[in-house]
Design a protein around this ligand. Structure first.
Ligand SMILES: *Cc1c(COP(=O)(O)O)cnc(C)c1O
Length: 406
């Protein structure tokens, strides 16, 4: 008899987006003349940079000629892209990362989800609350948790991000083996200081633990003192893996290109205590189960590092950050406590009421946000507003919110 992986039965159905959709549909039916403004989704709205589109076109033409055609490429990605990344994202920040420590992929979602298969099933996992759901659900699927009770899975260590700790959790008092961190954070928008990140690196070194650092929103950092990569922190090369993506940076959410950085000195241990290279393990996994990102897409990603590409990416980030600044200022003026929006496109707002009631108040005003409870227990009482939209829509949304909440 064919049996299922029963860990899947522990997964909580995500009612978040269907609940939002249901409430939005009911509102639209009652107010058919009204156009809702959506500031809920975590997807970009601006088109691809011209430099990327030109590179894409050129590469597609190359694919048409026998002499320039490319078939299977290296699973880890083409050297032309890995070299640009190593120099542009790490060398420029004095982070010592070589091109062959970079694995090109089709998304940071897949990478953050897949990476856990190279670790034992009985490790202790610590992850943030509120959380990007991928980290949590993939560990449930792998059987690293108990049942779901009272809003949480058994067996996990939840790193609470709350006003009391400025939304930056400290290392737990008990030892854990695998730690997920995401900065600038989705959903809270909080950024981490060099010192706070150093505390985590030190904890990982002392406990022979590993940090999975998701830096998908690195491009939104405005504060020059803030680390853009965990590899800017001394000692991190031995205890951290970093995930990056062109999705939010350069608008690749529908084009698909990302990368994972695993330093060659990064280790994990077998039962006898012997150290093993995680770079070697992931290289084996990646080349066995993945066949590389499309050549034209890698050329488009390479164009992000050209002078034109850099300027166009900066212009887009500035555009979204102008929205973020406006949202944060307006909500603060209205008397709400906000985090995020300074080094991230998300603003996390304390609603002075439960998350869904606040969501409903904004919906009544014609604006869709995301209730914090969709990201975990610590999201109760909060909503997330996203800066991914046009200036016109964000200005109109803030006018509506001001009228409704004043
Ligand atoms: C959007 C996002 C990503 C990027 O995912 P892709 O699969 O590369 O599009 C990764 N991590 C977080 C926290 C995100 O919000």
């Amino acid at each position: 008899m064919i049996h299922i992986n029963e860990n899947y039965l522990k997964l909580q159905a995500s009612y978040l987006f269907s609940d939002i959709a249901r409430r939005v549909a009911a509102h639209q039916e009652a107010h058919p003349e009204e156009t809702l403004i959506k500031l809920g989704i975590g997807d970009v709205t601006r088109g691809l940079p011209r430099a990327c589109v030109d590179a894409l076109h050129k590469a597609v033409d190359e694919m048409a000629g026998d002499a320039t055609f490319r078939g299977y490429g290296p699973e880890q990605g083409y050297p032309f892209l890995r070299e640009k990344i190593a120099a542009g994202d790490f060398g420029s920040r004095n982070a010592d990362i070589s091109p062959d420590e970079i694995f090109i992929s089709d998304g940071a979602k897949c990478d953050t989800g897949n990476i856990q298969e190279i670790f034992a099933a009985d490790i202790r996992v610590a992850l943030p609350d509120p959380v990007y759901p991928v980290y949590l659900d993939t560990n449930v699927m792998a059987g690293r948790t108990g049942a779901f009770e009272d809003g949480r899975y058994g067996g996990l260590v939840y790193l609470e991000s709350l006003p009391e700790n400025g939304f930056i959790p400290e290392p737990p008092s008990e030892p854990v083996d695998l730690i997920y961190l995401c900065f600038p954070n989705n959903p809270t928008g909080a950024g981490i200081s060099r010192d706070a990140l150093k505390t985590w690196v030190d904890y990982a070194r002392e406990n022979k633990a590993l940090i999975l650092f998701d830096a998908a929103y690195e491009a939104f950092i405005r504060d020059d003192a803030m680390p853009r990569s965990i590899f800017e922190i001394e000692g991190a090369r031995d205890v951290a893996i970093e995930f990056r993506s062109f999705s939010k940076t350069a608008g690749f959410t529908g084009t698909r290109c990302a990368f994972t950085v695993i330093p060659k000195s990064c280790t994990a241990y077998d039962r006898s205590g012997a150290a093993h290279s995680l770079h070697a393990l992931w290289n084996r996994r990646h080349s066995t189960k993945f066949n590389g990102v499309a050549y034209p897409v890698q050329r488009a990603a390479e164009a992000v590092y050209s002078p034109e590409g850099k300027a166009e990416v900066r212009e887009r980030i500035d555009y979204y950050m102008e929205n973020a600044t406006l949202i944060r200022r307006e909500m603060t003026d209205l008397g709400y406590t906000c985090v995020g929006g300074k080094n991230s496109p998300y603003i996390w707002i304390e609603g002075k009421t439960d998350a869904w009631s606040f969501f409903d108040r904004l919906l009544k005003a014609g604006v869709v946000c995301t209730p914090g409870t969709g990201f975990g227990k610590c999201g109760e009482g909060f909503i997330r507003i996203s800066a991914f939209n046009s200036h016109e829509n964000v200005r109109a949304a803030m006018d509506r919110i001001r009228t409704a909440l004043q």
